[in-house]
Design a protein around this ligand. Structure first.
Ligand code: HEC
Length: 64
């Protein structure tokens, strides 16, 4: 369970701070991430993800 804090805290850190701030200290990882499918998988950038989310019941409740 040593990974649990990272699993919980990392999404919070990434959501609550400007991703560009990670670039300051992790430039190589940041540039890899910039070109990755992971970066393109958000609701904003992935049309299929967006279409599924638009029909999801939690969206009406303002949750994700
Ligand atoms: C002020 C410099 C700095 C900033 C800004 C920064 N980090 Fe780090 N980060 C470090 C240092 C130093 C380490 C520990 C050394 C290492 O593991 O490379 C580290 C380690 C990590 C690790 C663990 C890596 C491992 O292999 O265990 C993760 C994950 C991480 N940072 C993510 C982020 C994310 C996401 C952001 C932006 C929200 C961020 N960091 C912003 C300096 C920073």
């Amino acid at each position: 369970m040593r990974l649990l804090p990272i699993a919980v805290l990392l999404p919070i850190m990434v959501n609550s701070s400007d991703l560009n701030s990670c670039n300051r200290c992790h430039p190589i990882i940041y540039s890899e991430f910039e070109q990755s499918m992971h970066k393109k998988s958000t609701i904003k950038d992935d049309k299929i993800h967006q279409a599924v989310w638009n029909k999801h019941p939690l969206k009406a409740k303002g949750e994700y």
